[in-house]
Design a protein around this ligand. Structure first.
Ligand code: FE
Length: 165
């Protein structure tokens, strides 16, 4: 009887399912983030976000130019989606743009940002959205001044900032 108990205990402890708990340590530190989609109801979003953030992120609004808290922001750190916290840009990707909104010339790799045609207001633009929560970030243009030629034009209200230690 004792032998059976020991054998069962051994099998349980040896079970390879424990491997699923092991984490790899990729060289890209941002790759550690969870990428599972975040689907909340409109009511849940209203509770989570300020009215201004809700309007921009969930109703595709646009904040007035030159008013956003990150337009002239120059601290070192990471810009995240204000809806779900996914890391989107670093300070190294930011550049000063006369357009009046925080601007970036590239995104953190990993398909974090969706691009979608936007024909609203009689214009042809490309909307950018957080791939994890679907939050509206702004638009992307191909008139950027750096080597990438890209300008991610983003609402400050769509972003949070994590200062570098
Ligand atoms: Fe998000």
């Amino acid at each position: 009887m004792m032998m059976w108990a020991l054998a069962i205990l051994f099998l349980v402890m040896w079970s390879p399912s424990g491997c699923a708990q092991k984490k790899s340590f990729p060289s890209d530190p941002h790759a550690m983030e969870t990428k599972s989609p975040l689907n909340l109801s409109e009511e849940e979003w209203r509770r989570k976000l300020s009215p201004e953030q809700f309007h921009i992120l969930r109703e595709k609004g646009t904040e007035r130019p030159f008013t956003g808290k990150f337009y002239l922001h120059k601290e070192k750190g990471v810009y995240c989606c204000a809806g779900c916290g996914q890391e989107l840009f670093t300070h190294e990707m930011k550049f000063h743009s006369p357009c009046g909104w925080p601007s970036f010339d590239r995104e953190i790799p990993g398909d974090r940002i969706l691009k979608k045609p936007d024909y609203s207001f009689g214009m042809v633009r490309t909307e950018i959205l957080c791939a994890r929560c679907g939050g509206h970030l702004g638009h992307i243009f191909n008139d950027g001044p750096t080597e990438t030629g890209l300008r991610y034009c983003v609402n400050s209200l769509s972003l949070d900032f994590k200062k570098e230690d």
